[in-house]
Design a protein around this ligand. Structure first.
Ligand SMILES: Nc1ncnc2c1ncn2[C@@H]1O[C@H](COP(=O)(O)OP(=O)(O)OP(=O)(O)O)[C@@H](O)[C@H]1O
Length: 263
């Protein structure tokens, strides 16, 4: 369980920038929640506070009941900029293995986990390559493999598919869904893409513009099994997407958008 209570963040400096006012929500074990909101509303700031990379100004984050004061054990983070998150001088295998060494996982088990994770993301054949020899989509698969090899209880992702082409993006979205269903890992994904949020999320959290609060916490009542063609062409998908669009428009302009998406 991930619990965010009264979370606020003000960046110090000239006058101070209030990135988050008061954020409250919970993510149950095994849930998949997407966070959307207007540009600059504090999505990355929120994720960094959850990951223990930034200290909140007010409020707190708890993972499995324990207050986050630094990077919590059992949490993995995947960022958009895979190019910068992989070490170019290490092979794919070594990149995926690194956090397991830090976690002091014994060598035989490390090998197993790395192999399993690389084949789960379809990169078993690329273990000996270096990241710079791979395409952007393949590099992002390595970053995902590194996260799942770690066997996290909580997986945080910040715009993880924003830097790849549309076709690769759809493949990586489906890869994430497959892994999430198989591993049951509690997942929170920040995206600026409303369609992606509705397609992936079991809930979508819409943040307001500054001063940032949770504007809406929307259950996504689409069938559990998602498919790029069937799900995205379902009338209910269109309704939910339109609703989230209206919410974000409202967040930007302050003018109320669509009604709650009744069934
Ligand atoms: N290190 C920092 N120092 C000062 N202000 C910051 C810092 N990082 C972010 N901010 C400010 O905090 C606010 C929220 O930024 P953040 O990057 O979290 O938003 P975001 O929703 O992820 O943005 P985007 O949708 O554009 O990626 C912005 O006003 C930004 O300028």
């Amino acid at each position: 369980m991930l619990e965010i209570t009264g979370l606020g963040k003000v960046y110090e400096g000239r006058g101070g920038v209030e990135a988050l006012r008061k954020i409250d929500f919970r993510v149950a074990d095994g849930d998949l929640v997407c966070v959307v909101g207007p540009s600059g509303c504090g999505k990355t700031t929120l994720l960094k506070c959850l990951a223990g990379l930034l200290t909140p100004t007010t409020g707190e984050v708890r993972v499995a009941g324990r207050r986050v004061t630094g990077p919590p054990p059992g949490m993995a983070v995947v960022f958009q900029e895979y190019g910068r998150s992989l070490f170019p001088w290490m092979t794919v295998r070594k990149n995926v293995e690194l956090p397991l060494r830090e976690k002091k996982v014994p060598a035989p088990r490390r090998r197993e986990l790395v192999e399993e994770a690389l084949s789960a993301v379809g990169l078993a054949g690329a273990a000996a390559a270096h990241p710079w020899q791979l395409s952007g989509g393949m590099q992002q698969r390595v970053a995902i493999a590194r996260a799942i090899a770690y066997e996290p209880q909580v997986l945080l992702m910040d715009e993880p598919f924003a830097a790849v082409d549309a076709q690769t993006r759809a493949e990586l979205e489906d890869l994430l869904l497959t892994l999430w269903q198989r591993l049951g890992v509690t997942t929170l994904l920040v995206t600026h893409d409303i369609d992606e949020a509705v397609y992936l999320g079991r809930r979508v959290i819409v943040l307001s513009s500054a001063p940032t609060v949770v504007q809406e916490d929307l259950p996504i009542d689409l069938p559990a099994a998602r498919d790029q063609i069937t799900t995205r062409s379902a009338p209910r998908f269109a309704e939910l997407r339109a609703h989230v669009y209206a919410q974000i428009k409202q967040a930007k302009t302050g003018v109320p958008g669509g009604e709650a998406p009744a069934r």
